[in-house]
Design a protein around this ligand. Structure first.
Ligand code: HXC
Length: 254
């Protein structure tokens, strides 16, 4: 792959590093397609139980590749393969942890909000500067960011285009922890490894249920939650047995 690097630094954990440093990891179409392909593979691979997504110390991602815009403007951003790639990221069923250093702007900020847990380095800057090029956060940002931080803060971010720093992102709920820059990836890997020790079935169910709370009316999601409660698995039985027998559980994903 040309634009991302994939490694497996810990048991059950895949690390995906965006690798277009000269463009501050701008999300060109090719990168999005590679990322979606990698997540599709990770989703189907039982040895991957959680994925960490990161950039480099200067930039997580500066957003959509503006240099892909000049010839035909924004419309190519609605091309089917590009939209399909975002859909794959959005629907990735396994836990996705973002390790964010530096810029997380525009599509880069939207990408962090498709991750389930966001760890921010002290130099992280989250922003939606699209208005500066007379565009808007059209890869889900205008809908997801208000759900995360509320209307007034989103208006401030999207109408001024000015980024917020890591501590503000933490206070507003765009990130869950702020750590020194050199620790961001390690901390994200540590969290992913802790998730990877759990039952992969349960982790996916937790993720699906929490996302459901943003997507469905409450009566519908409560009823679905109740139905999911009926679900049984070998892992569930193993968890109970291990507790009773005072030993560590061995989850197999069945
Ligand atoms: C393409 C980008 C880029 C981007 C930076 N670069 N952001 N290339 N697309 N989004 C490139 C620069 O052109 C430059 O390349 C190199 O990365 C380093 O950037 P500099 O500007 O020299 O760095 P710096 O002065 O530190 O400023 C960093 C920055 C600035 C504040 C992040 O680059 C910036 O404002 N970038 C644009 C961010 C943005 O508007 N993102 C939202 C995109 S729109 P060269 O070759 O010149 O050295 C979007 C959604 C659109 O995401 C709607 C979709 C539906």
């Amino acid at each position: 792959m040309e634009h991302i690097i994939v490694t497996r630094p810990r048991p059950g954990v895949m690390l995906v590093t965006l690798n277009r440093p000269r463009s501050l990891n701008a999300l060109n179409k090719a990168l999005l397609i590679e990322l979606a392909g990698t997540l599709n593979e990770a989703g189907a691979d039982a040895d991957v139980r959680a994925v960490v997504l990161t950039g480099d110390e200067r930039s997580f991602s500066a957003g959509a590749d503006i240099k892909e815009m000049p010839e035909s403007g924004i419309p190519p951003f609605a091309q089917a393969d590009r939209l399909k790639s975002w859909k794959v990221i959005e629907r990735f069923p396994k836990p996705l942890v973002a390790a964010v250093n530096g810029y997380a702007l525009g599509g880069g900020c939207e990408l962090t909000q498709l991750c389930d847990i966001v760890i921010a380095g002290e130099n992280a800057r989250f922003g939606t500067p699209e208005i500066k090029i007379a565009a808007f956060a059209g890869d889900g940002g205008t809908q997801r960011i208000p759900r995360a931080v509320g209307k007034a803060r989103t208006m401030m971010m999207m109408l001024t285009g000015e980024p917020i720093d890591a501590v503000t992102a933490l206070a507003w709920g765009l990130a869950v922890e702020v750590v020194p820059v050199e620790k961001t990836v390690d901390r994200a890997l540590e969290i992913a490894a802790a998730i990877a020790e759990k039952s992969p079935l349960a982790a996916q169910m937790v993720k699906a249920e929490i996302l459901m709370s943003f997507e469905k009316p409450l009566d519908e999601s409560l009823s679905l939650e109740r139905k999911m409660l009926m679900w049984q698995s070998e892992d569930h039985q193993e968890g109970i047995n291990a507790f009773v027998e005072k030993r560590a559980p061995r989850f197999t994903g069945r």
